[in-house]
Every structure is written in structure tokens, then in C-alpha cells.
Ligand binder design. Structure first.
Ligand SMILES: [Zn+2]
Length: 314
């Protein structure tokens, strides 16, 4: 059994949008109820959420954008973007807790207290350095990657994203960075938001060939996914990453209200197990998991807990 830092708590639960928005504030609870049913709360190291400082957020986020988020958060109405991501009172603090908890987990991993962490409310992969998008206000993963470099001297990071949507906020932030190895498997951008993540997008300049976008057609199931996953895993091993990050959005599971892939949680469990193996072989065991999207509550409860369980048991 592996010690896994699990970040859940009230302050993280507040990251969610009101008035029946698909990314509502009840998602963490749906995850946690299942965690307790499976007794995984007793087998993980449950940690209280932590708030990131402005300085920590500014490692990735544009300071002018942070000021805008703080202002909208105080106002508590309107939108952070063109209409997907509504402002709500306390949005800045909730977002800072998503990034801050990720940083606290990172510290535990780099200090050697644990080697693995999981945070259901996190992996806000559409947010840019200077803009919110697609339910994502601040990009916690970007803050983690910048911190790995600035504080811990780690450059070569594998970022794996199996959310049904392309992780454009992470992808384009590091498109020209040869040391961020990206595997992003998602529903084909011609059929789904944000419309990006084509196979020919493989990184720019010196980073060409360090990103692997795999677009699956609507209706694709486990078999189609796993056929590509074998190739993806081999691709990741070829770069010998020093750290592994998994964004395991549950919106790729069959029955999500916003998307059309038909995966089962077996895929999430398999990816988590394989990446633990990769982390053991290349990255001194260091792996962080983030919940990402997922709007069918039953699906996110199953998919995310399967990942958590794999982290504990693999
Ligand atoms: Zn998504």
C-alpha cells in the first residue's frame, strides 16, 4: 500500500459555479461519498486544502489577470470569459485553494513524505496565463510546473490528460517547451470544445515531437482508447520524465452530459496503474493526479476513485 496525499475539504469544494452549472460545487461531495463507501479515506493521507499566495500564483499567471480575477470575485457576477465561466463571490479564494493544495501536495512529494497525490478538484486545464476559459479560472497545473522548475530544479515533466476535452491551457503554454512532454487523449476537436488538439500539433520549434495529441471520434470506447494508449505510454517512456502529472477528467466516460466518448472507468484505472509504473521507473515514483472535468456525478465518483485506488494499490 502506497501513501497517497489526498486533498479534499470545504475550501476546495467551493470551487464550483452556481445556478445549475454543470461544474457545480457538489462535485467534490460526489467523489468523497464514494471514497468513504470504498474505505479509501482511511487508506489515504487526507490533507486540508491550502491557499496559494499571490507570488506562487504569479509563477504561471499574469499579474494583471490575477487582479481581474480578484475584482470579479469581489463583484460576484458577470463572466470571467465569453460566457462559460461565471464569476461568483469567493472565486479568487477558491481558485487559489485549488492551486495552493496542488503546491502543498508537491511539497510533500518533493520532501519525500509521499510519492503520490490526488486532488479531485483540480486540473483546470483550459485556463491560460492571462485568461479563464471552459470552467477553469486559474491553471493549477501550470503553477505546479513552474514551481517544479523554480523551486525544485526539475525540468522534464510528463503531462498526461485523458479529460474528454483537449487541455489547451496547458498545451499552448508549453507548446514550444521541449521539456514538457504532453500526451493528450480527447474527443476530436472538430466535434467538441475547445476545437484544438489535432494530431499534427506536436510542439513547436525545439519542442517539435514532444507532444502527442490523440483525437478520438465520438462514440469511441475502451478498445479504441487502449489501442492508442499503448503507443502513448511508449512515447512517454522515450523521454524519461522526472515527474508525472495526470489530469483524469471523468467526462470521457460514457454518459457524460457534455461529451460523446464511451469509456468505462477501467480506462482510468489502467492509465493510473501504467503511469505509476512509469513514475517508478523514471521519476522516483513521483506522480500527481487531478480530477479535471466530469459532469455526470456517478461517473466522476467511479473514475476518480478508481484512479485514487490505483495510486494506493499499484
Ligand atoms: Zn473536460
Amino acid at each position: 500500500m502506497n501513501p497517497v496525499a489526498l486533498y479534499v475539504g470545504e475550501a476546495l469544494g467551493r470551487y464550483g459555479f452556481p445556478n445549475g452549472h454543470p461544474f457545480g460545487p457538489d462535485r467534490q461531495r460526489a467523489f468523497w461519498d464514494e471514497t468513504r463507501v470504498r474505505d479509501l479515506d482511511r487508506r489515504a493521507l487526507v490533507c486540508e486544502p491550502v491557499c496559494a499566495t499571490h507570488e506562487e500564483l504569479a509563477r504561471f499567471c499574469d499579474p494583471g489577470f490575477l487582479a481581474f480575477v480578484a475584482e470579479m470575485s469581489e463583484r460576484g457576477e458577470g463572466y470571467f470569459d465569453y460566457g462559460d465561466t461565471p464569476a461568483f463571490a469567493g472565486a479568487y479564494e477558491a481558485s487559489a485553494h485549488v492551486a495552493g493544495s496542488a503546491l502543498a501536495a508537491l511539497r510533500q512529494i518533493m520532501d519525500g513524505a509521499v510519492r503520490r497525490s490526488f486532488q479531485p478538484i483540480g486540473g483546470l486545464h483550459h485556463a491560460r496565463r492571462d485568461a479563464a476559459a471552459g470552467f477553469c479560472i486559474l491553471n493549477d497545473t501550470g503553477v505546479v510546473i513552474e514551481t517544479l522548475r523554480a523551486q525544485y530544479g526539475i525540468r522534464r515533466v510528463a503531462y498526461v490528460d485523458i479529460d474528454v476535452h483537449h487541455g489547451d491551457g496547458v498545451f499552448y503554454a508549453y507548446e514550444s517547451d521541449p521539456d514538457v512532454i504532453v500526451v493528450d487523449m480527447h474527443q476530436d476537436g472538430r466535434t467538441l470544445y475547445p476545437g484544438t488538439g489535432h494530431a499534427y500539433e506536436s510542439g513547436k520549434g525545439a519542442a517539435k515531437g514532444t507532444k502527442l495529441n490523440i483525437a478520438l471520434m465520438p462514440g469511441s470506447g475502451d478498445e479504441a482508447f487502449l489501442a492508442e494508449w499503448t503507443r502513448a505510454l511508449k512515447f512517454l517512456r522515450g523521454f524519461d520524465p522526472q515527474f508525472v502529472i495526470l489530469q483524469c477528467g471523468a467526462d470521457s466516460l460514457a454518459g457524460d452530459p457534455l461529451a460523446m466518448l464511451k469509456l468505462t472507468p477501467a480506462v482510468h484505472a489502467r492509465v493510473a496503474r501504467d503511469l505509476c509504473g512509469l513514475a517508478e521507473d523514471c521519476a522516483a515514483g513521483r506522480i500527481m493526479g487531478f480530477g479535471g472535468g466530469g459532469y455526470n456525478r456517478r461517473n466522476l465518483a467511479r473514475g476518480w476513485n478508481d484512479v485514487l485506488q490505483a495510486f494506493i494499490e499499484t
